[in-house]
Every structure is written in C-alpha cells, then in structure tokens.
Design a protein around this ligand. Structure first.
Ligand SMILES: Nc1ncnc2c1ncn2[C@@H]1O[C@H](COP(=O)(O)OP(=O)(O)OP(=O)(O)O)[C@@H](O)[C@H]1O
Ligand SMILES: [Mg+2]
Length: 247
C-alpha cells in the first residue's frame, strides 16, 4: 500500500531522515518507534506530503506521490492526523466532523459548513463520532471537552476523509494509563475493520500490545524492523533507548 525508497531530508547541515526505505501492506498495524529526535515526525511528514524529500521516493498504492501535496494525498486515502485535522475550538464536535468530511478545509469554516449537504452529512458525522465513542458529546464545543475526547475527535475527523491508510503521531501522548489503553483498543478496532495504520508512539507498552510489526528509527536511519518483541530484544535497539535514558 505504502512504499518509501531512500527517503532523505536535511535541515541545514543535519540529516533528519537518512536513506530510509520502508513499506506498509494493506491491513497492517505498524508501529514506528525510536528515541527523541530520531526523525519519526519528519518521516511521517515526508510520507504524507507535508515535506518534500531531498532524495528518495514515496509510492501510495499505484501512485508516485513523492511531490504530491498533502490534500491530494489525503484524497487518495493517505491521511496524517494532527497535520490535516485541527478542530475548530468554537464549533461543536458534530460540526467539526461534518466540516472535515467536506474536503474543504482550506476555506473559512462557517462558509464551508454552510455548503455541506446538511442532513446526510450530519448523519455520517454522527456515525463517525459514534465509531470513536464520543457521540454523547456531539453538541459540545470542542474547546469544552477533555483531551481524551479531542484525541478521538481528531480520529473521527480523519476518518471523515475516508482514509485507507491513517498515520498517527503520538496519539497516546498526554493520556493516562487507562485512557491510553482504551485509545489503543479503539485503534486496534479500526484496524480490525480494515483500516491500515502506521503509528508513531513513545508508549512502548501499548505499541507492543497492538502493533503487529515494528520499525525502529535512530538518528534518521532505520535501525531495525520486524516482529515487535524480537526487535525490542535486539541489543542495538536497547542501546538506542538506553542512550536516550542516560542523556
Ligand atoms: N523544520 C525543521 N527545521 C530544522 N530542524 C528540524 C525540523 N524538523 C525537525 N528538525 C530536526 O530533525 C530531527 C528529527 O526531528 P523529529 O521531530 O522528526 O524527531 P522525532 O523522532 O519525531 O522526535 P520526538 O520523539 O521528540 O517527537 C531533530 O534533530 C529536529 O530538531
Ligand atoms: Mg515527533
């Protein structure tokens, strides 16, 4: 579904992502981990079109998307939460999801919302909120709901774009132990329903619980990939994390 070859990007003299090749098959739930500053966020941005690489290529399904901007890539079904989906704080959760489904995120939100075919779009948006477990707060303003709801809202907004591949950057950050567990269950459920996921996450416990395959990035390079427990048992991977702990 997704294939990257030799992806490289430099910021000034520093190579943030260095010759990274990877692939994600349809139906997978892949974890992408690595110490702080390893280049995980930068790699997600290269994969989704927020950044263009200095070298290398990205293919999504049968398209060469290397130079394709983020909105066109999203329309093909390759969606990064956080970048493309930012809730409007004064709007209700339902309005936010309705708006996200309109594929018109560049316009002024109220104007765009007025153009969305009212009843059907709202029905679908409500279904979206239900599928992430926050339909009870459909009529609340985004600014008034707790972080756990906002995180789920972000997923509902991304789902409104009907992605085939969803890339998430630290979706569990800021959640407590039980919230993180429930949120991982949600991601696992979406994956069981057929959504392919690439998940960047520092919460290794949850990643090891739900990811079927692991990629480890260190200093911009792919250090290891494969079965999650086997990868985490490797001495070089442990060293990469231990180095971070000592720092
Ligand atoms: N726009 C930018 N300009 C300059 N340097 C950048 C830029 N974006 C990232 N970097 C640098 O690239 C490196 C990789 O950063 P990145 O944010 O991708 O790491 P990360 O693995 O996501 O880290 P974290 O786990 O802390 O989120 C870091 O050294 C960072 O300072
Ligand atoms: Mg990051």
């Amino acid at each position: 579904m997704l294939e990257a070859r030799g992806l490289t990007i430099r910021f000034g003299g520093m190579t943030a992502v260095n010759n990274v090749s990877l692939s994600v098959a349809q139906g997978e739930l892949v974890g992408l981990v690595g110490p702080n500053g390893a280049g995980k966020t930068t790699l997600l941005r290269l994969l989704t079109g927020v950044l263009a690489p200095h070298a290398g290529a990205v293919h999504f399904e049968n398209h060469d998307v290397t130079r394709m901007p983020i909105h066109r890539r999203a329309r093909l079904g390759c969606v990064l939460t956080h970048q493309i989906v930012r809730p409007f704080r004064e709007m209700t959760l339902l309005d936010n999801v309705t708006l996200a489904a309109g594929h018109d995120l560049t316009r002024r939100p109220w104007v765009a919302l007025a153009k969305v075919d009212a009843s059907r779009a709202r029905e679908r948006a409500y279904e979206g909120l239900r599928s992430v477990g926050i339909a009870d707060a459909a009529d609340k303003a985004a600014r008034s709901v707790p972080l756990g709801y906002l995180k789920r809202l972000q997923v509902a907004m991304a789902l409104a774009l009907q992605p085939r591949l969803l890339l998430l950057d630290e979706p569990l950050a800021g959640l407590n132990y039980h919230e993180a567990e429930r949120f991982s269950d949600l991601l696992q459920g979406l994956n069981s329903d057929g959504l392919t996921l690439l998940l960047v996450e520092h919460n290794l416990g949850e990643v090891l619980r739900i990811a079927k395959r692991l990629l480890v990035l260190d200093a911009g390079q792919l250090l290891a990939h494969g079965d999650p427990s086997e990868v985490m048992a490797r001495p070089d991977v442990r060293r990469a994390y231990l180095g971070e702990a000592h720092a």
